[in-house]
Design a protein around this ligand. Structure first.
Ligand SMILES: Cc1cc2nc3c(=O)[nH]c(=O)nc-3n(C[C@H](O)[C@H](O)[C@H](O)COP(=O)(O)OP(=O)(O)OC[C@H]3O[C@@H](n4cnc5c(N)ncnc54)[C@H](O)[C@@H]3O)c2cc1C
Length: 423
């Protein structure tokens, strides 16, 4: 039996583990996670949209437990607000629907699903344990595992630094999020770009629970249809609340100050959304403030002479405004799982540098490179660095409905955006 260790249980780690244990290959997965299911359910996390293609991948992997409950989206509006009082926008339609589920609820359910898969002879075991760099190196060399994979996201700098850095974006984002009951009027997803950051509003199935009464356990979270409102500020700019002394602390008064700042941004650039958010009940536990710095690392490292593969945000953290991170993590998990299963069928060793690099390269060729080019388009939109042909073609979105639809479909699948991105 082949033994595979995966450190990290987010979209990438859970996606990979699910694919592996759903196969009938003779394998066992040890999945390491910092958080228990209960902690995941109650830990406020940043929400992501699953675009239609990735939503379909999740459904095919039997990971959509919320069909019929989760609000779906198809129409996306995109507005450009330079901050001088003018505003231009277009609305496009995706070919299929996407959705968004509270991140904690989603990963908690996926974690349970990995453990209870019984199609595979070896199955999976969940270890609630933080993996340290030294432990990882020891596991890699110990002979206990045929393959070690790191999927610990962008926040574990210790494991992240095991992979050499290729580039880091000069633009850190400071993100303010809150979920509100109900939905504003207008298109399903509303995106506004400004020179200092972006504003997103989209439907989400959000987790909500009443605070625990003294001496009693907190009631179980309920899932309710809501709207995620997120401000993605360029760090140091006027949309960044930390420039006014707000910190990343989870204390209620700090989160309130962060949201009050975000509300002023909404009032300036999206007054209708600001008016709606001012009267809609806010789901307190959803409020968050977080920085994120996009970066690229090499996907392969050698620990004690053993090749170890990184997948997901630990090696490719994209700008969250491109909306591609969780989608990219799901896709890389899917492609790498296919390679691992094919390799096992061939009876060849998994911890082979050329094989692992080839598997990641395949993901890169199919999806990663397109995600990356799209990410640059989003990041450079206001920089004046975009080539003139691109800005001219983009401008047609405002007058050409067919193109506006293609633009929105390209958000789901950036590999279809050749018409915009290629000279
Ligand atoms: C505000 C915001 C909005 C976003 N919106 C979108 C969107 O709309 N669409 C989209 O596709 N993407 C979006 N993204 C990006 C997306 O969230 C990430 O790209 C995605 O979650 C990365 O998945 P991952 O599995 O690589 O990492 P994560 O989801 O971060 O998971 C890593 C896991 O590893 C665990 N872990 C960390 N260190 C250790 C350790 N040492 N030992 C054991 N376990 C460990 C963590 O607890 C975590 O569970 C957004 C990101 C942000 C910040």
């Amino acid at each position: 039996m082949s033994r595979i260790m995966i450190a990290g249980a987010g979209h990438a780690g859970l996606g990979l583990a699910t694919h592996l244990v759903r196969s009938d290959a003779d394998l066992h997965v040890d999945l390491y996670t910092i958080h228990t299911t209960e902690e995941l359910l109650r830990a406020p996390r940043l929400t992501q949209m699953s675009f239609p293609t990735v939503y379909e991948l999740e459904q095919n992997a039997h990971l959509d437990f919320w069909s019929g409950l989760s609000p779906v989206f198809r129409d996306i509006s995109f507005a450009v607000s330079p901050g001088d009082g003018t505003r231009q926008s277009f609305v496009g339609q995706q070919r299929r629907v996407g959705t968004a589920i509270d991140h904690g609820a989603k990963t908690a359910a996926w974690l349970q699903q990995v453990e209870r898969q019984d199609t595979n002879p070896g199955g999976a075991f969940i270890h609630v344990q933080t993996v340290q760099a030294q432990t990882l190196a020891w596991f890699a060399k110990s002979g206990m595992y045929d393959l070690v994979i790191v999927a610990t996201g962008d926040s574990d700098t210790q494991l992240g630094s095991l992979f050499s850095q290729v580039s880091v974006s000069p633009t850190t984002r400071v993100i303010v999020q809150a979920h509100f009951e109900g939905a504003p009027s207008g298109p399903d997803v509303q995106v506004t770009t400004t020179p200092h950051g972006e504003i997103f509003a989209y439907p989400v199935l959000a987790a909500h629970w009443e605070p625990a009464q003294p001496g009693q356990e907190a009631p179980a979270p309920e899932l309710v249809p809501a709207t995620a409102v997120q401000v993605y500020a360029r760090a140091g700019g006027p949309m960044d609340p930390t420039t006014e002394g707000v910190t990343f602390s989870r204390r209620a008064e700090n989160l309130s100050a962060g949201w009050a700042h975000a509300h002023r941004t909404l009032a300036e650039h999206t007054p209708e959304l600001a008016a709606w958010a001012a009267q809609a009940p806010c789901l307190e536990q959803s409020r968050l403030l977080r920085p994120i710095t996009p970066r690229v690392r090499r996907p392969l490292t050698q620990l004690n002479g053993t090749p170890v593969l990184g997948i997901g945000d630990v090696v490719l953290t994209v700008d969250p405004t491109s909306g591609q991170g969780a989608n990219a993590s799901t896709r890389v998990a899917h492609v790498v799982a296919e390679h691992i299963l094919a390799r096992l069928e061939q009876g060849k060793p998994l911890a082979d540098a050329a094989f692992l690099e080839g598997a990641y390269q395949d993901y890169w060729d199919q999806h990663g490179q397109h995600t990356s080019v799209f990410n640059n388009l989003v990041t450079d939109f206001w920089s004046g660095k975009l080539p003139p042909y691109m800005t001219e073609r983009f401008a047609h979105n405002f007058t050409d409905q067919d193109q506006a639809d293609r633009m929105v479909v390209g958000w789901d699948d950036p590999s279809t955006l050749d018409w915009l991105l290629t000279p």
